[in-house]
Ligand binder design. Sequence first.
Ligand SMILES: *[C@@H]1O[C@H](CO)[C@@H](O)[C@H](O)[C@H]1NC(C)=O
Ligand SMILES: *[C@@H]1O[C@H](CO)[C@@H](O)[C@H](O)[C@H]1NC(C)=O
Length: 370
Amino acid sequence: MLWVVRLSGLCSFAMVMVVLSPSLQSFPPAEAIRSSHYLRLYGGYGHHVAAASDDSEDLVFRRAPPFHNAAECEPPSANGTSVCDSSLVHIAITLDEEYLRGSIAAVHSVLAHTRCPESVFFHFLVSEPSLEPVVRSAFPGLRFKAYHFDPERVRGLISTSVRQALEQPLNYARNYLADILEHCVRRVIYLDSDLVVVDDIAKLWRTELGSRAVGAPEYCHANFTKYFTDRFWSDQRLASTFAGRRPCYFNTGVMVLDLVRWRRAGYTRRIERWMEVQKSGSGRIYELGSLPPFLLVFSGHVAPIEHRWNQHGLGGDNVRGSCRDLHPGPVSLLHWSGSGKPWVRLDSIRPCPLDHLWAPYDLYGPAAAS
Ligand SMILES: *[C@@H]1O[C@H](CO)[C@@H](O)[C@H](O)[C@H]1NC(C)=O
Ligand SMILES: *[C@@H]1O[C@H](CO)[C@@H](O)[C@H](O)[C@H]1NC(C)=O
């Protein structure tokens, strides 16, 4: 225990030295790697920052190592490089300034662990057009398309939630994938930005959904009641929506979506209708952000996926410094859901032990000297 204290004391001392000593200034101070500094990096934003430091100019995302399909990968179909190529694995991820570092690490992890990285097509839902070139430079050759997600689409539907981060319009972009993506895309894997995949994503892609539109790991031992308010449970017209189902909690950060079934059933509109109930004057029916409407529409109708595909909760809760452990069982995906994020904790030199599993996928920082 003692050596840990000594070591962290030494680190702080070293940090102070880096900041103070002019001869060490070529080392970026850890302060410069904070996510707020993204604002300094990309054209169009720089002028908003009054006092950008000299070395911030050098801080960009490093280029990921090149990735190529293994020999046994299915060759592209007749459509060649089109998004409609039927041999593709489709993944949707959001990109915004705050979570950009996480999104880039998530993409990197997918490419690093799949045997057929050139057969993966990414659909990025972006809040700012300036983020697209960042992806292009970090992953030359990546097959992707960026879609602008207009916050106005959900502005009037979002109610205030317990955690401000949950109110970001882009959190709701997953509701609209069936509308936004090309109609030839029949299935998509939705991934949050605070996770890394450590297994071949093609295995998740091939998951059998049966007749369901949504596949996700289910947690039937979780107390489902707590996701909704007393007002919801006491109003028969509302609570009866779960009649005839066995609703279980599932995390919406990793989902396999059958977009054909989704479009046919009009699920986007059904989700929006619950958001309208929440916003209507008669009192809130849940406290969290984008999750409860998904539970309302899909719980009990979800195709269960192996738990290894969403080892969630690693972010911990609002208790300062809380670190979570993995759930028992195998791990194909690590998810830092909750309020703590690994890049923030790693920068603060107070990481949780599992945060070190995220670090190898991080591409943020100065390029190696060439
Ligand atoms: C080729 O792309 C078109 C749209 O561009 C689509 O309608 C068609 O289904 C695709 N064919 C195959 C074999 O993927
Ligand atoms: C589930 O949560 C509700 C609301 O928070 C609580 O009233 C109830 O006692 C809990 N049930 C169990 C079995 O823990």
